[in-house]
Design a protein around this ligand. Structure first.
Ligand SMILES: N[C@@H](CCC(=O)N[C@@H](CS)C(=O)NCC(=O)O)C(=O)O
Length: 263
């Protein structure tokens, strides 16, 4: 049965971290909210599942699962992405990836490695939130144009202080991984490597000036990006129409006035 991924249509967003894993593994999945509107498809189905007004039975109907599916009826996601696997519903990007990774063989099998991978993924998620806050430092409910002055200040700090702090850390994690050269966790590629690719790709789109010296400053991360981008199924996905282009509705937004080389 195909996995069903729920995420806003028209942007990569946090859903892209999940897509990277599904695509690399060649897993079959359906983008529910990108489908034409119908009984269990489209934006309507997604918003029904997030509705705090809907009953368990209504939510089960929206997702086409039996009302007897207890976990599903009890689970109410706050925000996309979320994933349906049969009658199981999982929310939160890092949690979805932690669920999928053993099934897609994208994480070592031992428990310590799986929790270590999740810790790194949560650190990536922290940085994703900061990348978003660089253009929306005051409130997500306000337009960028209403917080441009603050965004300029915040983006400057993000480029000068936060990108180097996070990326020096991830570079060091790569150096310390004696199990697998070029991988963040274990001996083989994991979902954390795929997410790192997506994070750096997004930052490079948003801050081409700020990321100008990235490969020189962080050679192991630069090599990781090059290697991940060559993985056959992922390369095919990145070149396909399924890969939504970066845009200014997303987390990683390119506003030239926020971008400059690091000090
Ligand atoms: N921590 C959550 C964040 C989810 C999230 O913020 N989703 C965004 C789209 S990328 C959203 O729709 N947020 C709605 C809101 O926060 O009101 C995750 O990593 O999945």
């Amino acid at each position: 049965m195909a996995y069903e991924l729920y995420y806003w249509p028209g942007l990569q967003g946090r859903g892209e971290f999940v897509r990277m894993a599904l695509e690399d593994a060649g897993a079959s999945y359906l983008e529910v909210a990108r489908e034409p509107e119908g009984p269990h498809r489209g934006m309507g189905a997604m918003t029904s599942l997030m509705s705090t007004e809907a009953t368990g039975a209504e939510r089960s109907h929206a997702a086409q699962v039996p009302t007897s599916a207890r976990q599903f009826a009890n689970a109410l996601p706050f925000a996309p992405p979320f994933l349906k696997d049969g009658d199981v519903l999982i929310s939160q990007t890092s949690n979805i990836l932690m669920y999928l990774a053993p099934r897609l063989q994208l994480v070592p099998s031992d428990e310590a490695s799986r929790f270590w991978a999740n810790g790194l993924q949560l650190t990536i998620a922290d940085m994703v939130t900061e990348a978003h806050d660089a253009h929306h430092p005051i409130a997500g409910s306000l337009y960028y144009e209403e917080q441009k002055v603050e965004a300029k200040r915040r983006a400057g700090d993000f480029i000068d202080v936060r990108i180097p702090k996070f990326m020096s850390y991830f570079e060091r994690v790569l150096e310390l991984n004696r199990d697998g050269v070029g991988h963040l966790v274990g001996a083989e590629v994991s979902y954390v490597d795929l997410s790192m690719f997506q994070l750096i790709d997004g930052l490079t789109y948003a801050f081409p000036q700020g990321m100008l010296r990235f490969g020189q400053d962080y050679p192991l991360l630069g090599a990781l990006v090059a290697d991940v981008g060559k993985r056959p199924r992922l390369a095919a996905y990145l070149a396909s129409e399924r890969r939504w282009p970066h845009n200014e509705s997303c987390i990683f937004r390119h506003y030239p006035e926020l971008d400059r080389p690091a000090k």
